[in-house]
Design a protein around this ligand. Structure first.
Ligand code: 5GP
Length: 212
């Protein structure tokens, strides 16, 4: 049986990644990996749906049991992808989507070189801060920490396979869909117009970082 494709998607929080993925994969039976995290649930988040909310002790036990495909520390909390469901779904021919930050994405790339790493850029670092403030779920100091982390993540996007920008939702969804088609047709990642090896994409990343 043909293995499923693995899509690893990163975007600083507040980039609209959830909305894009919801649209892109709504008619597709892809499996969304539910991560484990040691952070507290935000309002409206459900255990087992948005995350498995677990203690630091349980997280450490899972590390010792080799239960994670990857894990990372981010903003004082730990996040990890449970390994077993990902391996199972891929072997059943089902596409798998991971929404994780870059440290984790590069770990996945190391163990699964067939993974497709996709980065969604905000229009600018300044705009990202405005969006996080508008969401209003976090305190100022937490927002500033996330903005600083976002700038670091954006720098890492040059090592992804594909980079798109969510300036306008519809074009971003269309770009994402065309990347999936591109991958599914068996094309070489580095030849894609969304590859950061491409000069336009390099300039786009630079612009986002400069526009704070
Ligand atoms: P948030 O706290 O906003 O839900 O997530 C913070 C960051 O952690 C986001 O960039 C999100 O993509 C990332 N993240 C979520 N789950 C995982 C995971 O399992 N592994 C890693 N490495 N990052 C994750």
């Amino acid at each position: 049986m043909k293995k499923g494709s693995l899509f690893v998607v990163s975007a600083p929080s507040g980039c609209g990644k959830g909305t894009i993925l919801g649209e892109v994969f709504k008619e597709n039976n892809a499996y969304y990996s539910v991560s484990c995290t040691t952070r507290s649930p935000r309002e409206g988040e459900k255990d087992g749906v948005h995350y498995h909310f677990i203690t630091k002790e349980t997280f450490k036990d899972l590390i010792s049991d080799d239960g994670f495909l990857e894990y990372a520390q981010y903003s004082d909390n730990f996040y990890g992808t449970p390994k077993a469901p990902v391996v199972e779904k891929l072997s059943q021919g089902i596409d798998v989507i991971l929404e994780i930050e870059p440290q984790g994405a590069f770990q996945v790339k190391k163990s699964c070189d067939f993974a497709n790493l996709i980065f969604i850029l905000p229009p600018s670092v300044g705009e990202l801060k405005r969006r996080l403030n508008k969401r209003g779920t976090e305190k100022q100091e937490v927002i500033q920490k996330r903005v600083d982390a976002a700038a670091k993540e954006i720098e890492a996007s040059v090592d992804y396979d594909f980079v798109i920008m969510n300036d306008d939702l519809d074009p971003a969804i269309a770009d994402f869909k065309s990347i999936i088609e591109y991958v599914k047709s068996g094309n070489a990642k580095e030849n894609s117009k969304f590859s950061p090896k491409n000069e336009n994409i390099k300039q786009m990343i630079k612009g986002v970082l400069e526009n704070a």
